[in-house]
Design a protein around this ligand. Structure first.
Ligand SMILES: C[S@@+](CC[C@H](N)C(=O)[O-])C[C@H]1O[C@@H](n2cnc3c(N)ncnc32)[C@H](O)[C@@H]1O
Length: 120
């Protein structure tokens, strides 16, 4: 079960730069998937889909046949149908989750998707 990075929305490394510096960790921001600084152009979205699919294919290697891979994502660019195809998983269900309690301050209607996939 995972909540992957989105495409072109957040620069996680920039957000947590202080932690990397405090812990003396190597800057590997160049490997960040979907970093905001790479934008959300058609090309960036394609690169994102391929990179995320590679991560999931890697995880699937360690899973038994029929095992579930559950992905929580705000898929406003509708990229996850194709990502499922790139991974060769069977789509068992796609649920919509109303996100209204994360901070207690969100007033707008926001739904995120919960993709339930099975290893073929
Ligand atoms: C939506 S957050 C979810 C984090 C975590 N799963 C959790 O629930 O707290 C997405 C995470 O993916 C990480 N990420 C982005 N590119 C990555 C990569 N190439 N390898 C490993 N993690 C990456 C980001 O740094 C961020 O922490």
């Amino acid at each position: 079960m995972t909540s992957p990075p989105y495409v072109g929305l957040i620069d996680y490394h920039d957000q947590h730069k202080y932690v990397y510096e405090l812990l003396g960790l190597e800057d590997r921001s160049g490997f960040e998937i979907g970093a905001a600084k790479n934008g959300s152009s058609q090309k960036a979205k394609k690169t994102y889909q391929e990179a995320i699919a590679e991560v999931f294919r890697n995880a699937l290697k360690s899973m038994p046949k029929g095992g579930r891979l559950i992905v929580v994502a705000g898929d406003r660019h509708e990229l996850y149908g194709e990502i499922a195809e790139l991974c060769g998983v069977k789509v068992e269900a796609v649920l919509q989750r109303h996100v209204n309690r994360r901070t207690g301050r969100r007033s707008s209607e926001f739904f995120e998707s919960v993709f339930i996939w099975r290893k073929a």
